[in-house]
Ligand binder design. Structure first.
Ligand SMILES: [Zn+2]
Length: 120
């Protein structure tokens, strides 16, 4: 028994595919970034810019993995169920964030936990 209709799954699939496409483009583009150290004499600025690019690239790579995982899960019966509590993730939430794997409550709990862990 699938939680979402075929139409809803297909809409999410199209959305995820577009996301994967866009991220692959972004990542490929980032691989060909000009070397900032050639653009500025200030090494500190060049280092900072390189760090930002790497952070962007890591974020894009992580999101790409999540999107690919979501595409792989899309036709599994458990797709759309919160991986922590098993509650149904509302379709509207997935339309906003198709890579979400948790309901909003569990996501908030987890983010609070991460923030606490970061302070330790
Ligand atoms: Zn949950």
């Amino acid at each position: 028994m699938h939680y979402f209709t075929i139409e809803q799954r297909e809409a999410l699939q199209a959305q995820l595919r577009a996301l994967v496409e866009r991220l692959r483009g972004e990542i490929a583009g980032a691989m060909h970034l000009p070397k900032h150290s050639e653009e500025t004499d200030d090494d500190a600025v060049a280092d900072l810019e390189t760090d930002l690019d790497i952070a962007e690239l890591e974020r894009a790579t992580q999101l790409l993995r999540s999107a690919e995982a979501a595409l792989a899960r899309l036709h599994e019966p458990e797709f759309g169920l919160c991986e922590d509590c098993g509650a149904e993730i509302p379709y509207s939430r997935l339309r906003t964030n198709p890579v979400a794997t948790r309901c909003i409550d569990c996501q908030r709990t987890r983010e609070r936990g991460d923030a606490q862990a970061a302070r330790l």
